[in-house]
Write a protein that binds this ligand. Sequence first.
Ligand code: PLP
Length: 398
Amino acid sequence: MTRIETLLAKRLEAVSVSPTLAVMMEAKALKAKGVDVIDFGPGEPDFDTPANVKRAAAAAIEANLTHYTDTSGIVELRRAIAARYRDLYGADWTEDQVITGVGGKNVLFLLALALFEPGDRVAIFAPFWVSFPEQVRLTGATPILIQAREEDGFIPRARDLEPHAGRLKAIILNSPCNPSGAVIPADEVERLAAFCERTGAILISDETYDTFHYGPGRFASFASQAARLRDRLVVVNSLSKTYAMTGWRVGYGLGPRPLIDALRKIQSHDATHTASISQAAGVEAVRGAQDSVAAMLAEYRRRRDEIVPALNRVRGIRCATPGGAFYVFPNVSGAMARLGAGTSIDLAKRLMTEIGVATVPGEAFGVPGHLRLSYALSLDRIRAGVDRLRGLLGTADA
Ligand code: PLP
């Protein structure tokens, strides 16, 4: 160990580098060597940012909107976000209850810093988005990992929180879920909100994929519970996926004013705010025409409807149909047994090196025996990737 390593803060010992980013790097390295990798790894849209949004950014540069802004973001953007929640979900948050940040990830981290400290317990359902437990650990608090059931479509259930009632500082939920695509139905949203109302736990709802919901019915946002959980609900969202704007780094949170003020205080000593130009583009994204979003949703649906049955035709893979987001999270225990892979990490490595198919192993999300495949890639590539899997593993019995 070098001297500098011995000097690193202890809090880092509990934390590892994002495993999804690690897969991305590995796939990149193979591609650089000339291997044709079919990459189901990335958690980002393969679409370009809509033209109206790009034009708004160019106009912002021309208009010299290139200076510091309010720490919580320009008021036009916060108003546009509050209006979105009023129009879509009937929530009455005002612009001073909105903070924007450098992606949803930054807003979630600000929340963790504002709320959590050693001794606090924070419930997170597995499979979980990779950064939730790590952000909690970085604050010295303890993530309480609760397994959602595969046979129940990995839906987080309020009844599974009961053994922890009264001992949780917060619960972090994510619907539609990365990695499972699970969507929490309206009646369960209601039960989870009732649990927090009764026990005093703060409810953090990450709804980064709310636009990519395939129905039936409308997406059940926790924003519908805003009046009931006035002092303890925070909804986090992002422009990254909805508008194919991952690189622009605009995320946001809506919640109780004193908490939003606390996030702002921390942000004033951290990033200050997200880029002024990205914020101007964000106003157009949220307020402008939404036809490109509808087109992306339709294309993701087409891909989902292609990849799920195709994967189920591969021996050793069992894939449920997700209700949202752009991921599938099939059970691959049969494939592991077939190839003699001891873990889904081993399986993912073999798929990468033997057939050039990049996936993310379930261990990254707290549920081994599964792989996450993103379908944010063209139908042709999806078909070619699944063909490679079938070539290696064989065709499932009808
Ligand atoms: N939350 C979930 C569930 C995600 O999948 C992601 C990105 O993959 C984020 C938050 C953060 O996205 P961003 O920081 O780009 O807004």
